[in-house]
Design a protein around this ligand. Structure first.
Ligand code: AMP
Ligand code: MG
Length: 418
């Protein structure tokens, strides 16, 4: 399990910016050290534990990029066609055989190794055969055309993937192309998830008229799954400080992180903070983020604790911007860039200076072909439809006091966030 010190999140000050919060979290959280070997087939989404060096150049041998005719490019026709007798035929995978004499061509297919004496390939579409079977090559082709030199993609010994990189399908392809069948990755981090609140009931159970079905837990479990975490669903905790404390303690023994939603505001029935304090240490951060604000951080017996706000949109936004970087740090993964895109706002909006605000928005194509962001018409932090019916978040930084329609804003698609 992660072994954090109780005061690792200690920080003085009433309100923290998102950047400060993330910087503090990612610097204090130590990545899990245990590694394991996985086969390539199960490497997608895993975090590399060590750099990967290319054991092999790619391509490993110089080969033809097209179906055609291979020839020495030294004395190619500059004006007028020239006829070349055929000296052989090479399909992909065949050994190239004896060197090709000057003035001869070899019928060659895509991926076949270039035979000695050739360095240029004419595409078959550009070549005719005369009645004696000679290839008629047109003028004007450059020496080296249509050939993929050995190592043009990757040279042997190069570091191609870095420790901390989270494997994507294209990275898996690269490892496979270099002949690697296994990779050393960090073990998945173990995260326990709870919902809290007497008004919360699991979908499928009997709901009283004053209860809500639990949505946060399923959203958080899904987002943790996408981050490659091993998730334990620990259900819903009643608003009872002793019961919460006991459950937290049990969860801490077998997990690297505990993630809860609800019960971290300043209301009298917000017991999660008190419970964390009973069994561990707590730093309550009012993060300058909207939707969001209250986020509790703590350590319980060496395990990290993050308490997200209960409103589903606040839970979603604080997960994406605060919990996610923390989870990646624990997992030993580099934080990928968020890649916001600049779009025109199709709305005006007032905000408070000094806090970062995220506006739920959809993208649509304007008449001039560029994209503009259309704000979801309502703002409540409990509106799940606002997340479902939009494409991403417009990020308005701390300095801004608002935007006018037509101004350029940063838009982050949900697919880049979670
Ligand atoms: P809290 O942070 O506990 O004060 O909750 C804030 C709001 O979010 C309340 O309206 C709760 O009913 C709602 N809420 C809390 N937890 C969940 C949950 N797991 N699923 C859906 N709504 C929730
Ligand atoms: Mg509550």
């Amino acid at each position: 399990m992660a072994q954090l010190s109780d005061d690792c999140f200690a920080f003085g000050g009433p309100l923290k910016s998102v950047d400060e919060t993330v910087a503090l979290l990612t610097s204090r959280l130590q990545a899990v050290e245990e590694t394991e070997t996985v086969s390539l087939g199960s490497a997608d989404g895993r975090v590399l534990a060590e750099d990967v060096m290319a054991p092999l150049a790619l391509p490993p041998f110089t080969n033809s990029a097209v179906d055609g005719y291979a020839v020495s490019g030294a004395n190619l026709p500059q004006t007028g066609e020239r006829a070349y007798p055929l000296a052989g035929r090479l399909e992909a995978g065949m050994a190239p055989g004896s060197p090709v004499p000057e003035g001869r061509v070899v019928r060659i297919f895509t991926g076949a190794a270039m035979p000695e004496g050739t360095d240029t390939v004419f595409m078959q579409e550009d070549v005719r055969l005369d009645e004696t079977g000679r290839a008629i090559l047109p003028p004007g082709l450059k020496q080296g055309a249509n050939v993929r030199p050995a190592g043009e993609d990757i040279i042997a010994g190069k570091t191609v993937l870095r420790a901390g990189h989270c494997m994507r399908p294209q990275d898996v392809a690269l490892a496979a192309a270099m002949g690697l069948s296994e990779l050393t990755v960090r073990r998945r981090i173990r995260v326990a998830v709870f919902s809290t609140g007497n008004e919360i009931v699991a979908p499928g159970r009997q709901r009283s008229p004053t209860q809500l079905f639990d949505s946060n837990r399923f959203m958080l479990i899904a987002m943790l799954g996408r981050l490659g975490c091993h998730v334990t669903d620990l259900g819903i905790l009643r608003d009872d400080p002793d019961a919460i404390a006991e459950s937290l303690l049990t969860a801490a023994a077998a997990h690297d992180m505990i993630l809860t939603s609800g019960g971290v505001s300043t209301g009298e029935a917000d017991y999660v903070k008190k419970s964390v304090e009973q069994v561990g240490s707590l730093v309550f951060w009012r993060v300058a983020i909207k939707p969001g604000r209250p986020v509790a951080m703590g350590v319980i017996r060496g395990a990290a604790f993050i308490g997200l706000p209960g409103n589903p949109v606040a839970s979603f936004v604080t997960f994406a911007h605060i919990a996610r970087p923390a989870i990646l740090a624990l997992a030993g993964a580099q934080l990928p860039p968020q890649l916001p895109i600049s779009v025109r706002a199709a709305f005006s909006y007032r905000k408070k200076k000094g806090r970062r605000e995220y506006v739920r928005a959809s993208l649509r194509r304007a008449e001039d072909g560029s994209f503009e962001a259309v704000k979801f018409p309502r703002e409540g932090a409990g509106l799940l439809s606002s997340l479902v019916e939009t494409d991403g978040l417009v990020e308005l930084d701390e300095e801004r006091t608002g935007i006018e329609a037509g101004q350029t804003v940063s838009f982050i698609a949900y697919s880049n966030l979670i």
